[in-house]
Design a protein around this ligand. Structure first.
Ligand code: NDP
Ligand code: MG
Ligand code: MG
Length: 337
């Protein structure tokens, strides 16, 4: 078993008295800033004028421009979209990245794929919660925590590991457990997980199941409940007690169908596709394509996004969820902007 770090293993005094700049106030940014602040650390948010800036202000966090925050801080955590980090880093962060400071990430993309090369005299490390930012925030307020990874790319001060662990504790991830990794391992596995299983795999599976039922003449509302809504209930059981707990709770008929039909859906072909996806991530093919997509104004991204939003499962889902306000009751609402 790999070594896990929990709250009682971590002395966070190394981070006390240091100023932490959270660059960006989106999904991860708002969660890190608010959690660290409530954990007693000195936080400032650096973001351009606009929606995020106003939100940070409204939430009562100190907020300034990216350059001002980078200048003021000892620790600079970049929580901008991966594809924007290089430009903002070069223009507004690098000039203030003086010796002994720390540069942080929540995903290794820009370091691993050579987009950002920090000077040798700063610490460079990542702390990456293994969950969406809104849940990093929600779970923290509930006394729980999303588990996280940390990795050291450069240790100029000799304190990089202690800082990373203290930061991970500050955002609540040490409640779930912190695991040490490398930038290479974090980057590849994060991209693979989100593409093959969590986002790409799961949405494609749900959508194909929904379409199969609707095309066979079954009611779209029923198909929505069966393939999307209920997935959350099933995944909650897996989350709490693994496959075994889920299989204990469902009927024996469902469990039997799980065993005999699962391999008919996720065939050896699918696994071969997963291996090909992993290779594309490992050899930089995926990164190159995504960087190019951004440089050319995101034509395919925009097309896919529109098609996704207009799919029948989304139209049906919007109507059904509006009738189930309890889905959001008491929770921080994730508003799609
Ligand atoms: P978001 O897209 O949610 O947030 C982006 C933030 O950056 C917004 O506050 C936005 O402000 C700001 N921003 C964008 N462009 C600029 C700019 N040019 N100058 C200043 N501010 C700018 O990002 P995420 O939280 O999704 O991702 C941040 C990092 O965290 C990435 O490295 C990602 O891989 C990683 N990560 C993300 C996870 C997630 O849950 N989303 C999970 C784990 C890691 P504005 O309102 O002005 O646009
Ligand atoms: Mg990711
Ligand atoms: Mg059933």
């Amino acid at each position: 078993m790999s070594k896990m770090y929990y709250e009682q293993d971590i002395n966070d005094s190394v981070l006390k008295g240091k100023k932490i700049a959270i660059i960006g106030y989106g999904s991860q940014g708002h969660a890190h800033a608010l959690n660290l602040k409530e954990s007693g650390f000195d936080v400032v948010v650096g973001v351009r004028p606009g929606k995020s800036f106003d939100q940070a202000k409204e939430d009562g966090v100190a907020v300034m421009s990216v350059a001002e925050a980078a200048e003021a801080a000892d620790i600079i955590q970049i929580l901008l979209p991966d594809e924007r980090q290089k430009a903002v880093y070069e223009a507004e962060i690098a000039p203030h990245l003086t010796a002994g400071k720390a540069l942080m990430f929540a995903h290794g993309f820009n370091i691993h794929f050579g987009q950002i090369t920090p000077p040798a005299d700063v610490d460079v490390f990542l702390v990456a919660p293994k969950g969406p930012g809104h849940l990093v925030r929600r779970q923290y307020t509930e006394g729980a925590g999303v588990p996280g990874l940390f990795a050291i790319h450069q240790d100029a001060t000799g304190q990089a590991k202690d800082l990373a662990l203290a930061y991970g504790k500050g955002i609540g991830s040490a409640r779930g457990g912190l695991l040490e990794t490398t930038f290479a391992e974090e980057t590849v596995t994060d991209l693979f997980g989100e593409q093959a299983v969590l986002c790409g795999g799961a949405t494609a599976l749900v959508q194909a199941g929904f379409e199969t039922l609707v095309e066979a003449g079954y009611q779209p509302e029923l198909a929505y409940f069966e393939t999307l809504h209920e997935l959350k209930l099933i995944v909650d059981l897996m989350f709490e007690g693994g496959m075994e707990t889920m299989r204990y709770s469902v009927s024996d008929t469902a469990e039997w169908g799980d065993y005999v039909t699962g391999p008919r859906i996720i065939t050896d072909d699918v696994k071969a596709n997963m291996k090909a996806v992993l290779t594309d991530i490992q050899d930089g093919t995926f990164a190159k394509d995504w960087i190019k997509e951004n440089e050319t104004g995101r034509p395919r991204y925009t097309k896919y996004k529109e098609a996704g939003a207009n799919h029948q499962i989304e139209e049906v889902g919007r109507k059904l969820r509006a009738m189930m306000p309890f889905i959001q009751a008491g929770k921080e609402k994730v508003v799609v902007k």
